[in-house]
Design a protein around this ligand. Structure first.
Ligand code: 4AD
Ligand code: MG
Length: 442
């Protein structure tokens, strides 16, 4: 029926002056007397069609006129450059085939008017069609690809850790239990412990996969299922790790600016803020961070006075990161607020050789990492202090028995990175189907 060559809307400029077929959905429609202006979308972009009553067959005019939002259509038309059009082109429609017309009696639930977030989340399977959500998902895909490219180009080997695990990596309070035949198992909180093993085999490794935390808090930064990219490097120190984190973040941001600028603009991101994300990033110690927080309290900018020894809460992170235009690396936290596997600072053993990277504009922690305890005896002591099941960590302790070396790694949460790079208010928009405390559908 449609004989013209098929084009995506994104590529339509290559066919200027020619007749093409596009396959998509009706996004919206305007009518002005004897002229119809349907806007079509196909996943790659949108284009406005022009349908003058006196220039097309009557059945074509009627078919377009009757189209309801999100009806699926195949459209044949001539591509015309138009400087005023958002994508630079318009389509003079000559023919249309309606695959499925959305019933007038049961219209598409998400209209161009405003909807509440709960309604949109309940219709997430449809909400992803909106131009803004589609743009966010394209940026997410770009961030993931950039992170992979960054490590692949630097001779890291991708090693996939298991998702079903016998023990905790990041504390026992956020474990998701899995009934594993006769045994108790959990969904992984992080691939770290396993890639420490593969790092001893391959030197430089990374993992990229879903991770799970039974977070009982409702915040704009927490999901119960999120994706993490984790590098792990034999012989690397905390300083090496900070260089790597800085390199990764600047690489990913630059890639998004190069390839996804239009999407970032669709989302409404102020890209000038992202242009500033170039090395070096500020590095401050936990002690210095505490000083900034206490000064903030004295100036009345922070409600509660932060005491040395505590972990940074969301308001503290937000405050600290608002002081810098670039991500800030906070290193050497008190060991007592951090995970069991972190190497103590030889200068001050009460501190851990760790780093959290806080994104600017109040986005909080996007990367957490550390140097790992190399000593068998100390690691065993820490496992016992944290009341972790020794039996389940036997293999992990082996890594400290057979050629133990200093080694380091970090994890970057993809959704936190997407939220910051896109400038989103909440992580729920950063993943196609978010899993949160009260959200399991769709
Ligand atoms: O700081 P975390 O807990 O570190 C680890 O899991 C280490 N084992 C990683 C490593 O060293 N290989 O988590 C790392 C990052 C955080 O900085 C944050 O970006 C993200 O994972 N993250 C979450 N993102 C969304 N929802 C949650 N509930 C998250 N918890 C952590
Ligand atoms: Mg952390």
């Amino acid at each position: 029926m449609m004989s013209a060559p098929v084009s995506t809307i994104a590529e339509i400029g290559k066919h200027e002056g020619q007749t093409v077929t596009i396959r998509g959905w009706l996004y919206n429609q305007r009518e002005s007397g004897k002229l119809l202006f349907p806007i079509f979308r196909d996943g790659s972009g949108t284009i406005q069609g022009v349908v003058p009553k006196n220039a097309v067959a009557p059945e074509v005019f009627d078919a377009v006129k009757g189209l309801t939002q999100e009806s699926s259509v195949i459209v044949e038309g001539k591509v015309r450059a138009d400087k005023r059009a958002p994508g630079g082109y318009e389509l003079d429609v000559v023919n249309v085939q309606v695959l499925q017309k959305v019933a007038d009696s049961d219209p598409y639930p998400i209209t161009p008017k405003e909807h509440g977030v709960d309604f949109l989340m309940e219709h997430r399977h449809l909400w992803v069609r909106s131009l803004r959500q589609a743009a966010i998902l394209r940026v997410r895909a770009e961030i993931i690809k950039a992170a992979r490219d960054f490590f692949d180009e630097r001779e890291f080997t991708l090693t996939d850790p298991p998702i079903i695990t016998p023990a905790a990596c990041e504390g026992t309070t956020t474990l998701f239990p899995v009934d594993y035949f006769e045994d108790q198992a959990y969904l992984t909180q992080s691939g770290q412990l396993y890639i420490e093993a593969t790092a001893m085999a391959l030197g430089k490794v990374y993992s990229f996969g879903p991770t799970f935390r039974a977070e009982k808090s409702k915040t704009r930064r927490h999901l119960t299922e999120f994706w993490m990219v984790e590098p792990e490097i034999a012989y690397a120190t905390l300083d090496d790790l900070m260089d790597l984190a800085e390199g990764l973040i600047s690489f990913v941001v630059k890639r998004c600016l190069d390839k996804r600028r239009v999407d970032l603009q669709t989302i409404g991101r102020d890209v000038s803020k992202l242009e500033k994300i170039v090395p070096p990033f500020p590095r401050i110690t936990y002690d210095e961070a505490v000083k900034l927080l206490q000064e903030g309290h004295a100036k009345g900018e922070l409600e509660t006075k932060f005491e040395w020894g505590g972990d940074l809460g969301s308001p503290d992170e937000t405050y600290l990161s608002s002081k810098f235009e670039k991500p800030v690396m906070v290193h050497r936290y008190p060991a007592s607020v951090k995970a069991f596997y972190m190497e103590p600072d030889p200068q001050r053993p009460e501190l851990a050789l760790c780093v959290d990277v806080l994104a600017p504009e109040g986005y909080g922690e996007i990367i957490g990492g550390s140097q790992r305890t190399a000593s068998y005896d100390l690691l065993l002591k820490r496992i016992r202090e944290h009341n972790l099941p020794e039996e389940a960590f036997k293999w992990y302790l082996d890594l400290r028995k057979y050629g133990s070396v200093p080694h380091s790694g970090f994890g970057m949460g993809i959704e936190r990175a997407v939220a910051w790079i896109c400038g989103l208010e909440h992580v729920r928009e950063t993943i196609p189907f978010p899993r949160m405390l009260y959200r399991l559908y769709p």
